[in-house]
Ligand binder design. Structure first.
Ligand SMILES: [Zn+2]
Length: 407
């Protein structure tokens, strides 16, 4: 396989997680009678441009299907994050009712609703029908397509360029990263700004976040790789912030190469830091497999011992990252009989691969489990607070990543 950015041949393996079904392909009861498609889940590193990327296996259309079930609006902290983002960029870049905002991967309108509320014209791009419908229900205009150069051309043909393009938590999800970034450059107005948020590779490596690896995440991005990929596709980075979402993300601000905003010191500082930890060397990527296996084995040992001791176990949060962990660990309903999730779109369905049923939260009060495994560890504080009522019966919360913790 060749690098998705620079076409160099890929020879260095970062981590091999065996195989897994697409992480957001939740199963209906009827689907349990059928086979599931499992794909290899192996991540490689380009020794030229340092883009960390999943092995090629299938087109995006097989993953982002009609039944795609990730609705951003079901997490309160995520909505807060979106609202604060909108307030910040509106003020910093002086957006008004004369501006045009485009969000790529608008999901269910969790972010554009705050743009719309300020009277700023906006439009979302969202290829998944179920979430696009939810956004339209909020009154937000949605183009139901994948974004790239072709769609950017179509959008320019129908309206003016964008003063702000929000591409938050989508850059890692696109298979053709060059086409996506080129499309952003094309759609951006003169002096327009594009922001990108993505989990930072440094945190993935430092905090054993191997469960953030799944097929929908084609890329695992360092600032070094992003800066290079952007430059080659017409965008230059002028600022960066480190933000706490998804276990530690970057928010990168970019403009067209021809625009003149000065680059802040934060950009150079972060590039220096990446160089000093070794992001540009092969050695940095070695050793991740063994740390991954240690986390997986500790988690599995905990479940087996708890079961042997007659403890009751439940899962919380039918998140994609939980599916990676549990499929890699080979967990099945005998070790985790059910997973609780707030999203009605997931309740009544089953986790892909592990086939564990997803139920509503009333199950916890009824079953009174001894241990609840919190799968979306990025929401650990929010979830453990929400579940503090479990103390009534001595129930405890558990996380597997970055290392096993029972609270
Ligand atoms: Zn490359």
């Amino acid at each position: 396989m060749n690098c998705r950015h620079c076409r160099a041949s890929l020879t260095l393996t970062f981590v091999d997680l065996g195989s897994a079904p697409p992480s957001n392909a939740y199963l209906t009861a009827a689907a349990l009678k059928k086979a599931e498609l499992w794909y290899p889940l192996r991540v490689l590193v380009c020794s030229e441009c340092r883009l960390v990327q999943t092995e090629d296996y299938a087109g995006a259309s097989e993953i982002f299907t009609e039944t795609y079930a990730y609705f951003s609006s079901y997490s309160r902290s995520w909505l807060d994050h979106a609202e604060k983002y909108v307030a910040t960029v509106v003020e910093r870049f002086r957006l008004s009712q004369h501006s045009r905002v485009v969000e790529l991967a608008a999901n269910d309108g969790y972010l554009l609703q705050y743009v719309q509320a300020r009277g700023i014209p906006c439009i979302g791009v969202e290829p998944t029908a179920s979430t696009a419908r939810a956004a339209r229900d909020k009154g937000i205009e949605i183009i139901e397509k994948f974004f790239g150069v072709q769609l950017a051309e179509e959008m320019l043909g129908q309206g003016k360029p964008a003063d702000l393009i929000a591409a938050n938590n989508v850059l890692a999800h696109v298979p053709d990263i060059n086409d996506f970034v080129s499309g952003v450059t094309m759609l951006l107005a003169e002096n327009g700004v594009a922001t990108f948020e993505f989990p930072h590779l440094l945190n993935l490596v430092a905090n054993n976040q191997f469960d953030t690896i799944y097929h929908e995440h084609y890329s695992y991005l360092s600032m070094s790789a992003v800066t290079r990929i952007f430059e080659r596709n017409g965008l230059s980075v002028f600022d960066v912030e480190e933000i706490p979402t998804h276990g530690g993300s970057l928010r990168v601000f970019a403009q067209r190469n021809s625009d003149r905003r000065p680059r802040t010191d934060a950009v150079g500082r972060l590039l220096d830091r990446e160089r000093s930890v070794g992001v540009l060397t092969d050695a940095y990527y070695a050793g991740f497999q063994s740390r991954t296996d240690r986390v997986k084995n500790d988690f599995l040992r905990f479940l087996v011992e708890a079961k042997r001791d007659g403890k009751k176990i439940a899962g919380y949060g039918a998140a994609a990252k939980g599916n990676t962990l549990m499929n890699y660990a080979g967990v099945r309903p005998d070790l985790m009989p059910y997973v609780v999730d707030k999203s009605p779109a997931k309740q009544g369905k089953f986790l892909p691969g592990t086939r564990i049923p997803i139920v509503d939260e009333s199950h916890l009060r009824r079953e009174r489990p001894d241990f609840v495994i919190v799968l979306p560890w990025n929401l650990w504080d929010e979830v453990t607070t929400d579940l503090s009522y479990m103390r009534d019966w001595g129930g405890r919360c558990v996380r597997a990543v970055p290392e096993l913790q029972v609270s």
